[in-house]
Design a protein around this ligand. Structure first.
Ligand SMILES: NC(=O)c1ccc[n+]([C@@H]2O[C@H](COP(=O)([O-])OP(=O)(O)OC[C@H]3O[C@@H](n4cnc5c(N)ncnc54)[C@H](O)[C@@H]3O)[C@@H](O)[C@H]2O)c1
Length: 266
């Protein structure tokens, strides 16, 4: 039996900011000793690493600038992580963009491609590389001795992949695709004892929704749709992600877990 819920290694994309940074911190706080973090934002990544090492000095952090839409970069971070830590037990694919807004007739092809390349293709590229590594490893010990899994992947989708909203056809569709990808992979890799789930956040207070400051006011009507009528925090999303990664979730497979203050029940 293990003393932490998170023995082994966690890999987090989009770790320079918002939900990804919060997920990374949560792993460190809960005793995960080996962290692999990546993002396109080098400065933010360095900040995350420095803050983690200051708060949890025994943690080993491997950090790499990676664009998740680029196959060679994704392959590189996964193979480097495996070389250094020998396994990847928890992979959380958070990197994402909102991108160009507008109805379909106003959206450029380049804008459409950029959103899908980062959000949907990025999750697929990362998931494929992570699965390839997880297939090579044996299950880890669990907190209570139950049979463990070989690995657990959590993609970050969105409430907008379940419902939708105006002026964001490519974003909403990219998140719906992530939910569908999650379910397909969950079916295919159950036989290999690997779990794949996704989390669908509602409106969460992060740099994505708070910069520029006018954006928060624009989001007021969306926030009010949720019965809880407030923004969620990155920590509230991270808590759900960590549950799904943990050995307390050994029978949770292919779920699209909403963390949205009730947005999708209305
Ligand atoms: N904040 C919300 O309200 C909300 C709601 C639903 C879903 N989400 C999703 O949660 C995820 C995280 O969002 P957030 O709110 O923390 O935003 P954020 O902007 O604070 O963080 C996103 C991170 O992803 C990184 N990133 C962007 N493109 C990348 C790429 N190509 N390769 C690697 N890294 C890249 C950014 O540099 C940034 O550090 C996204 O997938 C987003 O779609 C957010």
């Amino acid at each position: 039996m293990s003393t932490t819920l998170f023995p082994g290694t966690a890999l987090v994309t989009g770790a320079a900011s918002g939900i990804g940074r919060s997920v990374t911190f949560s792993f460190a706080k809960e005793g995960c000793q080996n962290l692999v973090i990546c993002d396109t934002n080098e400065e933010g990544l360095q900040d995350t690493q420095a803050q983690i090492l200051a708060a949890y000095p025994s943690t080993e952090v491997m950090s790499m600038v990676v664009d998740v839409s680029q196959e060679d970069q994704v392959q590189k971070v996964v193979s480097e992580a495996a070389r250094r830590f020998h396994r990847i037990d928890y992979a959380v694919n958070v990197a994402g963009i909102f991108g160009e807004s507008g109805r379909s007739t106003e959206l450029s092809t380049a804008g459409f491609d950029q959103i899908n390349n980062v959000n949907y293709r990025g999750c697929w590229l990362c998931g494929r590389a992570e699965l390839t590594q997880m297939l090579k490893q044996e299950p880890l010990a669990t907190h209570d001795g139950r049979p463990g899994n070989r690995g657990s992947i959590v993609h970050i989708a969105s409430q907008l992949g379940i419902t939708s909203r105006s002026n964001a056809p490519a974003y909403c569709a990219s998140k719906a695709a992530i939910i569908s990808l999650t379910k397909s992979d969950a079916i295919d890799y159950s036989q290999d004892n690997i779990r794949i789930n996704c989390v669908c956040p509602g409106v969460i207070d992060t740099p994505l929704t708070s910069h520029p400051p006018e954006r928060k006011a624009l989001l007021r009507p969306a926030i009010a749709i949720a019965p809880m009528n407030r923004m969620g925090t990155a920590q509230e999303v991270a808590d759900c992600v960590l549950f799904l990664c943990s050995s307390k979730a050994t029978f949770v497979q292919g779920a699209a877990f909403v963390v949205d203050g009730g947005y999708t029940i209305i």
